[in-house]
Write a protein that binds this ligand. Structure first.
Ligand SMILES: Nc1ncnc2c1ncn2[C@@H]1O[C@H](COP(=O)(O)OP(=O)(O)OP(=O)(O)O)[C@@H](O)[C@H]1O
Ligand SMILES: N[C@@H](CCO)C(=O)O
Length: 293
């Protein structure tokens, strides 16, 4: 059985904890029955031995598997990870979603995507990464009485994501602690209006509106201070043809959207200016979690 989940970029500037989209980089796990428990890990995180012993996937999978099944079985887990850890590309959401989906799939129990999303919410209280991880595409989401309410939109092939991944990790938990406890009325109004405009721009496919609408006053400037070079990355991306450029989730990745025709030039300019960071262009993902029995 094989499960894959795409990377996600959350917030998209002003949409703190509510806007997110999926991009075509994925974590994949193959699970087979085995005589004993074993784990193999390729790609991102494979140089981290702790991930083999104390793997968040295995612990969530076991929670669900033991509830769903009364048989004692062992499995071999083969992970192939493309999503860098703690870089703001939804690595934790991908793990949560794939672990829950896998436990149901291995037991042959059908799990609707909406139910999967709400089960994932118990492990990540903000819905902006888990919703696109499950559904694919662009999503606006909020939580009402422990349930995710969302609206989704496909992202056209004519757009690409250009991603700059720094060599330093930022943990979401720690990064959230750098944010102010209170915001002024002006900053609050600024973010509500820009986030609403950004959502409308995605829905109407008004790509020229993204640059203005993706401005934010509540989190990026505080977080990017931890890695001031990110301000230069953002400025360069916008100068070199990005339609928008925002801190991805809690960072450290800078995420840009460009017209497909402009994306290679943008990638080239960013690679030239920031040779010590990983820079690449990827498609958007409109599918979300995939399960193959
Ligand atoms: N492939 C993986 N296998 C096991 N655990 C993982 C894996 N990827 C991420 N994790 C767990 O998730 C943590 C990273 O979560 P964190 O929320 O800080 O970053 P992120 O999800 O990559 O970023 P963001 O939420 O801003 O998009 C890691 O420290 C690790 O505990
Ligand atoms: N909305 C979340 C995304 C990262 O998980 C944050 O900005 O902290």
């Amino acid at each position: 059985m094989k499960v894959s989940v795409p990377a996600t970029s959350a917030n998209l500037g002003p949409g703190f904890d509510c806007l997110g989209l999926a991009i075509s980089m994925k974590n994949q796990v193959i699970i087979r029955p085995s005589k004993f428990h074993s784990v193999s890990l390729k790609g991102e995180g494979s140089n981290n031995p702790a991930l083999k012993d104390n793997n968040m996937f295995i612990s969530i999978f076991n929670d669900f598997y033991h509830n769903l099944s009364h048989k004692k079985r062992f499995f071999r887990f083969e992970f192939q990870n493309e999503i860098p850890l703690s870089r703001g590309l939804g690595s934790s959401s991908a793990v949560i979603v794939s672990a829950i989906a896998s436990a149901y799939a291995i037991e042959g129990i059908k799990l609707e995507k909406d139910k999967l999303l709400n089960l994932a919410l118990a492990y990540e209280s903000h819905p902006d990464n888990i919703t696109p991880a499950v559904m694919g595409g662009f999503n606006v989401a909020c939580v009402q009485e422990n349930e995710v309410k969302y609206i989704r939109k496909e992202i056209p092939k004519s757009l690409k994501a250009v991603v700059v991944v720094p060599n330093r990790a930022i943990s979401t938990q720690l990064s959230r602690k750098t944010l102010p406890f209170k915001y002024s009325k002006e900053d609050t109004i600024f973010n509500i209006s820009h986030s609403s405009l950004l959502t409308a721009a995605f829905m109407a496919e008004d790509w020229d509106m993204l640059k203005l609408a993706s401005n934010d006053q509540v989190h990026q400037k505080y977080r990017m201070k931890q890695m001031p070079e990110l301000f230069d990355v953002q400025k360069t991306a916008l100068k070199e043809g990005a339609l928008m450029s925002t801190l991805s989730g809690s960072g450290s990745t800078l995420f840009s959207i460009a017209h497909a025709d402009d994306s290679k030039n943008l990638e080239k300019a960013l690679k030239f200016r920031f040779p010590h960071f990983r820079v690449f262009t990827v498609d958007f993902d409109n599918t979300g979690v995939r399960i193959e029995i």
